[in-house]
Design a protein around this ligand. Structure first.
Ligand code: NAD
Ligand code: DAU
Length: 343
């Protein structure tokens, strides 16, 4: 039986990956290591956790701890077959005001994991972002490929770029059996309400204006989180060692259009009457991301399944609307922090 260490498995994508593996590959054993920062929520995977008194090895084991804890990481990595590395500080607005923790976690935490994986010759899959390639103009048709130059614009993207370079260096220098995936913007259940789509939905549900940064015309390349999880599984099991794969559903849409779709859904189906407020943009804001997923499609036969963007958004609105317990207690704290930023 294969055992995977899932770092950051109580966060948005990590917890969706844990559910994906349980649902589709139930013979795989999962060990989740998560520090439960403000972005981690154990309730995301609580229903899957092995009861303390159970001897079953078919469930999910949770370890509360940091990827920066050298001894803890060493003791876990030596017992697993592969590391699937999600754990990170992930929010751009936060990185602009408090960058240090992004480098501690995303760079130094990754270093700790890489050294342990090297020590025990453990397969390593690193989850990264399209933001490492920088942005393009909103009128551009350019698609980033695996060969595009690294050009991160933000502290968050710079920290992720550094971690990607480290993974490549470990493969070349120490022969680490590693792969990297750089994915576009994910959406779906369990995404923290600081992020664009869940923030807009929960603002509307609370009667707070939806906030659009700048001119609202920045574009993102949206992918449903379940498609990203399936891509990660494919790369982990069938990807070529030392390779990078770009993951995208090629749904490049500007922020105002996303909000127009959400408002329409909320007015017609959720008895809400949202309004929109334009607020100041991020410092150095990226304008457009767009990836070319040709390589993963051709080599691994992966393709997105959740391709009806409006229909998928509708189900995400339904999720936040019926899971208020999951986000309501955080709402005022998140909005107070945005208020300080003028956003
Ligand atoms: P998230 O912020 O929702 O979750 C991050 C998780 O990591 C949390 O559970 C948190 O508690 C945990 N964590 C943070 N520091 C830790 C530490 N020191 N030790 C152990 N755990 C720690 O993030 P997400 O959106 O799920 O992103 C997951 C990964 O995917 C990140 O590496 C991110 O860069 C990458 N990514 C995200 C997106 C996206 O659209 N969300 C797109 C591409 C790539
Ligand atoms: O591209 C992949 C990246 O996507 C991941 O690497 C990051 O971890 C993830 O957070 C996400 O980064 P973004 O900065 O693109 O996502 P965010 O949801 O913060 O913002 C998306 C866009 O929406 C961006 O143009 C800023 C804008 N925005 C954001 C918020 C929170 C708004 O207009 N209003 C808002 O309230």
């Amino acid at each position: 039986m294969e055992t995977l260490l899932v770092t950051g498995g109580a966060g948005f994508i990590g917890s969706n990956f844990v559910h994906f593996v349980r649902n589709h590959h139930p013979d795989t054993k999962l060990v989740v290591l998560d520090a439960l920062t403000y972005a981690g929520n154990l309730s995301n995977i609580a229903s899957l956790l092995r009861p303390a008194y159970s001897s079953s090895d078919k469930r999910v084991e949770f370890i509360h701890g940091s990827i920066n804890d050298v001894e803890l990481v060493d003791s876990i990595v030596q017992k697993v077959d592969a590391v699937v590395h999600f754990a990170a500080e992930s929010h751009n607005d936060k990185a602009i005001v408090s960058p240090d923790i992004f480098f501690e976690t995303n760079v130094m935490g990754t270093l700790t994991l890489l050294k342990a994986a090297q020590r025990y010759d453990v397969r390593f899959h690193h989850i990264s972002t399209d933001e490492v390639y920088g942005d393009t103009d909103i009128n551009s048709q350019e698609l980033f490929t695996e060969d595009s130059p690294y050009k991160p614009s933000s502290p968050y993207a710079a920290s992720k770029a550094a971690s990607d370079h480290m993974v490549r260096a470990w493969t070349r220098t120490y022969g680490l059996k590693a792969t990297i995936s750089n994915c576009s913007n994910n959406f779906g259940a369990y995404q923290h309400i600081e992020k664009f789509i869940p923030r807009a939905i929960t603002n509307a549900l609370c009667g707070i204006p939806i906030k659009l940064y700048g001119d609202g015309l920045a574009m993102r390349d949206w992918i449903h989180v379940e498609d990203q999880c399936r891509a990660i599984w494919e790369i982990l099991h069938n990807g070529r060692i030392g390779q990078t794969y770009l993951v995208s559903a090629q749904c490049v849409v500007n922020n105002k259009t996303v909000i127009d779709i959400l408002c329409d859904i909320m007015r017609t189906q959720f008895d809400c009457d949202p309004c929109i407020q334009y607020v100041r943009d991020r410092a150095g804001a990226d304008r457009r991301y767009a990836l070319n997923p040709q390589k993963i499609r051709q080599e691994l036969g992966w393709k997105p399944e959740h391709t009806q963007f409006s229909r998928e958004l509708e189900s995400v609105v339904r999720w936040y609307s019926s899971n208020e317990d999951w986000w309501k207690s955080e709402k005022s704290r998140v909005e107070e922090q945005y208020q300080i930023l003028g956003q």
